[in-house]
Every structure is written in structure tokens, then in C-alpha cells.
Design a protein around this ligand. Structure first.
Ligand code: GLY
Length: 566
């Protein structure tokens, strides 16, 4: 429900703090969610409580990126030093098949992106509950309070929500609840500054707060959702909901310089490929290369990215269904890849794939929290592309994901991110689609946490996280400086290095006509890299342990905020 041009009256309208230092910190893409985390600290909660409250809140105030209709991956380092990798990735319906998107003998990609056939089993609630059961300290219902309040009282629409509605207006119009909740009664897009109230979503959140995930997976939500989807020729059943389980998985550990990097295993591809690229970079004196030529630094990164994404397309899928080879994270394998990299020339050797566009839309969200006890959380959450499959279930306020598009719907057919895949990531009943979400935590030699980062932005997540890690570890930059630096992205196919404006400097603002050529881009071109400028390559958040305390940083590419509680 939309109200007119109300007076700005919430945290979204206050000046944003991009960095914050303190004992208990958080960084998210929306001030209201960051403040939800802060309120958990104030009430005596820990970083896990803060992360859960922030994630629930983001589903209300940033619902085009994530929400309870989607899923998440959660990486936690506890105060005792244990690591938990909680896989809350959506699962395909039991009736799913490799041919479910084939029409008249041809793959119909739109079906995996828009409408009721595109959604997999929503999984965020199951993952958040698992994290809370293991490590939370506040009451489950208390974690929902800020999200319920934001849904019930409304929040002021900012540019991100406005643009997300605007870009999908036509598709949202097709579904009654999406239309009624997100558009003005005349079908127009609400202006920045209008207030968005989501009373159905407030009701749904209140029920889950009170009755637990059962209400969602086996109770009224599953019933309403399946009944509506059936009318729309969807595939999800009550049994799909009832059978969904979050899974705790062994994390990926790799050594880089003097640190141990903890990454997320499959169905994320990020943990494996970040480890693989760091293993390649380990063979180079990155700091020296950077001080000699930033252009060479970006060239080296692009060469590593190209090789990792070629492997991703071929080998990666849900390891509960296919064998993902362990050699991908073996330093010897990385050494052989690194030995093929020429520092004076872009390689063109590798095969496969196609991409349709340099899609710069924003997807997904990453948030991070850490507390004075030593609990650290990196949580990436998503409904996949903007507003997921665009189907909101009437009476619930829940927008469903379109995570089925993260499968390879047919060999060689690119998904919404231009990623191609092989049999390893083909659709199968109950299988989880491959993800690029890459929550990462870096530990010092003595096991104490040094850094955490992650990002939103499809496959750009992997490369943005790599760059932030390398900048902090090799170049000794602070996490806010690393996050603000202009990035590159290479995903093997197409053979293009995407770069942000002002490459070699800091990235601020989102205009792409300013300084899009730099010494670094000229150098990359000279070495043979095809280039394309992109306004924004991923949205990252991070936390670093410093002498002053925990430093939280929110990406200047969007309207997020970092907060601290002493
Ligand atoms: N849905 C985007 C990803 O998981 O990579």
C-alpha cells in the first residue's frame, strides 16, 4: 500500500555513514536494516542476532534484492573460533526436470526468469532459523520487530526501490498483488519520497515471529502459496515446502600470504573460485606489480578471472548431485594455470559460451556484522534478479524468487547474468542451483578474524570479493578504501574486461561518462583486452579488525550505511 508524498521521516533520509568504528558493527545496503542490527546490539544481542534482524529488514526495505521469498548463504565465525557455513539456497521442486523450460524444442529462457515456473523453494527463513538455533541469544520473535515495524508503518522510497519498480513495471503489472503493493492505483511508479506500507508482509512476518518457520513451510503460507501457484501453472507443492532443509556444510579453507581465507562451498561457486584465483595470485608479487603499474595489476587479475570462470562454466554444480573436482582449489593446479599467464599479453586461448549484454542491474544483497565477543557474520541473500519472478503471493506480501534461472536451463544458453553452464549445473529435482554468492571471512595466523567481505551482483560478486581481499591483504588498504576502489570484472564469456569509470582510482557516484578512460584502461587495451565500461560492478560490504576497533564499511555505490555500537 502506497501513501503519497509524505514528509521524509526515517533513517533512509538521514546522512549516510559509509564507515563506522566500534566494538559491535554492521554494514548493509539500507540504513533501516543497519539500524535494525544496531538495535539488536543495544538489546544485548550478538552479531548473529544483528545479522538476522538486518536480513529480515532488508526483505522489507530492499525487497527487490532479497527477502523471505528467496534464499541466503550465511558464513559465521563464532567467538569460540568455530566456523559455520549455513546453506539456505533455494531448491528445485521435486517435479523439476531438464526439459521444464523447453517449448517447441527450444529453451524458453523467459520462463526461468518471470512467472510462477521460475521460483524454487524459498529458503531464507530455514537458514536464519538454523543460525538462530545454533548461535542466537535474543528471542526469535525479537529479531522480527524492526522488519515488522518497517512493513507496518512503511518506509520512504529511495532511488533504489524507485528504480527497481520502474525497471520491472511491466512485469509487475501482470501479477495482482505485485501490482497492488508496488504500483500506484493508476499503475504508475511511486515517486522517491513516497511511503511504502506492506501490511500483508507485516502480517506474514508477525506469524513467523510467533509460530516459527513451521507456519511458513508446513502451515498457512505454504498452503496459500501452493494454491496460488497451482492456478498459475507453477510447480511447487506442499511437499516441496515441507521437505526443504537448510544444510550446514564444511567451508572452503585456503591459505593466502599470512592469512587463512574461509569461503562458502557449493552450491556457491564463489568460495572455490576465490580460493583458486588467490592460489594463482600467490605465484606473483602482487604488491610489487601494483606499485610498478596498476594496469599490470588489473591485467593479472583479469587473466586469473578468465581462467576461473572457464572452470566454473564446466565443472560447477550442486555437489550433492554432481562431483565437483577438488583439484580446482589445489595450489598445484593453480600454479599450472598461473604459469600460462603472460604479463605482457592478454590470453585468448580458452573456449565456449555467449553473453547477451553487460547487464548492470543490481541483484542480491550482502550484509555483515561483528561483535565485541568475536562473532563475525557474512550473509549474502537474494531473490535472484530484481523482484525475483515478480510474483507476489496475494495476502502475504511475499515476493517469490526466480532462482531456477541460476541453473543452466540448456547447454550453452546464457542465464540472466550471461553465465553458461554444463551438465553439472543442469536442473534436477530438489537440486540447488549454482550461486555466485561469496561470503568470505579471513583469519590471521593465530585464528583471530582479520576481515570479512562479500557483495551483491551475480557473477561480479566473485571478482569484487577477490579484489577487496587482494587490496586489503596485498596492498595494505583499509576495507573502506578497497571497497571504494574502481573494479574490473572478467567472466570468461564474453571475453571482455568490464571496468568501472576512473579505473586506478576511487569509484564514487554512478555516472559513466566521467573519466571512463584512464592510464589503466589504455594499458589493458594495449595488452589486448577488449574493454567495456560499466557504471557499477557489484555492491560490497565489509568489516576489518583495526587498532581503533572494528571498522565496518558500506559500498559508496549505493545508499547503505555502516553502524557501530561501542
Ligand atoms: N542469484 C544470484 C546468485 O546466487 O549467484
Amino acid at each position: 500500500m502506497l501513501l503519497g508524498q509524505d514528509k521524509p521521516r526515517d533513517a533512509a533520509t538521514k546522512p549516510k555513514m559509509r564507515t563506522a568504528v566500534g566494538g559491535n558493527v554492521a554494514a548493509t545496503v539500507h540504513p533501516i536494516a543497519s539500524h535494525a542490527a544496531l538495535s539488536m546490539y543495544k538489546n544485548g544481542g550478538n552479531a548473529v542476532d544483528a545479522a538476522i534482524a538486518a536480513a529480515l529488514c532488508l526483505g522489507v526495505v530492499d525487497g527487490h534484492n532479497s527477502g523471505i521469498g528467496g534464499g541466503c548463504l550465511m558464513l559465521i565465525r563464532t567467538q569460540q573460533g568455530a566456523i559455520h557455513a549455513i546453506d539456505g539456497r533455494e531448491a528445485a521442486p521435486a517435479a523439476a526436470s531438464e526439459t521444464m523450460y523447453v517449448r517447441n524444442g527450444k529453451p524458453a529462457a523467459e520462463l526461468s526468469q518471470i512467472g510462477s515456473l521460475a521460483c524454487a523453494v524459498p529458503s531464507q527463513i530455514a537458514a536464519l532459523k538454523m543460525a538462530h538455533d545454533k548461535l542466537g541469544t535474543l528471542k526469535w520473535s525479537a529479531l522480527f520487530e524492526p522488519a515488522i515495524e518497517a512493513a507496518e508503518s512503511g518506509y520512504t522510497i529511495g532511488l533504489a526501490t524507485h528504480n527497481a519498480i520502474s525497471s520491472e513495471r511491466e512485469n509487475l503489472t501482470k501479477y495482482e498483488a505485485s501490482r497492488d503493493v508496488l504500483l500506484n492505483p493508476d499503475g504508475s511508479v511511486p515517486k522517491v519520497g513516497a511511503v511504502l506500507r506492506q501490511r500483508d508482509l507485516a502480517h506474514t512476518l508477525s506469524k513467523i515471529a510467533k509460530n516459527g518457520p513451521e507456519w511458513f513451510y508446513t502451515g498457512e503460507f505454504a498452503k496459500a502459496c501452493v494454491a496460488y501457484l497451482e492456478k498459475q501453472s507453477g510447480m511447487l507443492t506442499r511437499a516441496d515446502f515441507a521437505n526443504y532443509k537448510a544444510i550446514e556444510r564444511p567451508c572452503i579453507k585456503s591459505n593466502y600470504r599470512n592469512y587463512q581465507v574461509i569461503g562458502f562451498p557449493t552450491p556457491s561457486s564463489g568460495g572455490i573460485h576465490i580460493a583458486q584465483m588467490l592460489n594463482m595470485l600467490d605465484k606473483f608479487d602482487v604488491a610489487k606489480i601494483y606499485s610498478h603499474s596498476k594496469g599490470d595489476f588489473f591485467h593479472l587479475l583479469a587473466e586469473c578471472m578468465k581462467r576461473a570462470f572457464a572452470d566454473r562454466a564446466h565443472w560447477l554444480g550442486d555437489s550433492d548431485f554432481v562431483k565437483v573436482p577438488t583439484f580446482l582449489v589445489d595450489p598445484h593446479y593453480a600454479a599450472s594455470l598461473a604459469s600460462q599467464i603472460q604479463l605482457d599479453k592478454a590470453s585468448t586461448a580458452i573456449v565456449h559460451g555467449n553473453i547477451s549484454s553487460d547487464d548492470e542491474k543490481k541483484h542480491t544483497t550482502h550484509l555483515t556484522t561483528a561483535d565485541s565477543l568475536g562473532n563475525w557474520v557474512a550473509l549474502t541473500s537474494t531473490v535472484n534478479t530484481t523482484w525475483g519472478c515478480k510474483v507476489m503471493i496475494p495476502g502475504t506480501g511475499v515476493m517469490l524468487n526466480n532462482e531456477m534461472d541460476d541453473f543452466s536451463i540448456a547447454p550453452g544458453v546464457p542465464n540472466a547474468f550471461g553465465l553458461v553452464g554444463s551438465e553439472a549445473n543442469a536442473i534436477a529435482p530438489n537440486k540447488r542451483p549454482l550461486s555466485s554468492m561469496s561470503p568470505a571471512i579471513v583469519l590471521a595466523k593465530d585464528g583471530t578474524p582479520f576481515l570479512t567481505c562479500g557483495a551483491a551482483g551475480g557473477p561480479k560478486i566473485i571478482n569484487a570479493t577477490l579484489q577487496n581481499l587482494v587490496r586489503c591483504i596485498d596492498l595494505n588498504e583499509s576495507i573502506d578504501q578497497a571497497i571504494a576502489s574502481a573494479r574490473i570484472h572478467q567472466q570468461w564469456r564474453p571475453d571482455v574486461v568490464y571496468h568501472e569509470p576512473n579505473l586506478g582510482g576511487l569509484r564514487q557516484g554512478l555516472s559513466i561518462d566521467r573519466d571512463s578512460e584512464s592510464e589503466e584502461t589504455k594499458h589493458l587495451k594495449k595488452l589486448g583486452h577488449p574493454l567495456k565500461v560499466a557504471s557499477s560492478l557489484a555492491i560490497a560490504q565489509g568489516i576489518q579488525s583495526t587498532e581503533r576497533g572494528l571498522l565496518a564499511a558500506s559500498d559508496p555505490r549505493t545508499d547503505g550505511e555502516a553502524v557501530a555500537y561501542p
